[in-house]
Write a protein that binds this ligand. Structure first.
Ligand SMILES: Nc1ncnc2c1ncn2[C@@H]1O[C@H](COP(=O)(O)OP(=O)(O)O)[C@@H](O)[C@H]1O
Ligand SMILES: Nc1ccn([C@H]2C[C@H](O)[C@@H](COP(=O)(O)OP(=O)(O)O)O2)c(=O)n1
Length: 229
């Protein structure tokens, strides 16, 4: 008999290892993978490209139904398009990163993207790992396994800096400051802020290697399966 699908929610601030962990766990367990941050980034990219003032919540709300955002959930090849255009590279740029917290704080943006996320999770045949900020609290409160990743601000900034090296390189202090600003905006907004669900398992990844974090999450999912679902 085919196993019934498992839904795994992984939340936490930037640089805690959500994307790398979620992708690897999904590959290991044969699950789909959804990067919800990429969806908010895609919405933000569309607003910037179409000259919408991202600091005007009413303008963002009025435009939020326009772009068609499509996410591919294969963890070996996650894709994201806006109106048919592949935006996987431009959504990682500094301009989008600086504007994404403002756009994602707008309730109309969140309700639209939350709806997309719920239908992708419901459609995933073998189950899915969904990573973001409000998955365990708001998007999928009935997820089978909920994880909240944390790490020290220093570790997170060092990881991000290492990643940006050579591209849009910024020094460690600037990266740390930008992360702190985004944390504050994402945790302080009114509509489904970044938060740990009461029933999420918190994993501090500061002193862990990526393979250790992956192993930890795989073990939690396997324990859940053994407990009889
Ligand atoms: N436990 C870890 N130890 C060291 N580096 C890590 C760890 N987890 C992730 N990384 C690295 O940190 C960077 C950010 O990880 P990522 O998965 O994108 O985090 P998030 O999705 O939470 O922003 C990546 O370059 C990744 O390889
Ligand atoms: N479920 C989510 C996911 C992301 N967001 C917003 C808030 C985040 O700062 C941005 C970008 O998220 P993303 O996961 O791509 O950010 P990092 O890769 O961790 O830097 O999107 C959100 O509001 N809700």
């Amino acid at each position: 008999m085919a196993e019934s699908p498992v839904v795994v929610a992984i939340d936490g601030p930037s640089g805690t290892g959500k994307s790398s962990t979620s992708k690897a766990v999904a590959v290991r367990l044969g699950l789909g993978y959804l990067d919800t941050g990429a969806q908010y980034r895609a919405m933000t990219w569309w607003m910037l490209t179409n000259g919408i003032d991202v600091d005007d919540p009413a303008a963002v709300a009025a435009a939020s139904a326009k772009p068609s955002i499509v996410s591919g959930t294969d963890p070996q090849n996650p894709t994201i398009t806006v109106d048919g255009t592949d935006v996987s590279a431009p959504i990682r740029g500094r301009e989008v990163t600086a504007a994404v917290s403002a756009v994602s704080a707008v309730p109309e943006v969140r309700s639209r993207i939350t709806e997309l996320q719920r239908s992708l999770a419901a459609e995933a045949p073998g189950g899915i790992v969904v990573e973001g900020r409000d998955i365990g609290t708001t998007v999928l409160p009935d997820a089978d396994v909920k994880i909240f990743l944390t790490a020290s601000p220093e570790a997170r900034a060092a990881r991000r800096s290492a990643e940006l090296k050579g591209k849009e390189a910024a020094d460690l202090a600037t990266t740390k400051e930008a992360l702190a600003r985004r944390d504050a905006a994402d945790s302080g907004r009114k509509t489904s802020p970044l938060a740990k669900a009461d029933d999420a398992v918190e994993v501090d990844t500061t002193e862990l290697t990526l393979p250790q974090v992956i192993e930890c999450v795989v073990t939690l999912v396997e324990e859940w399966k053994r407990r009889g679902r």
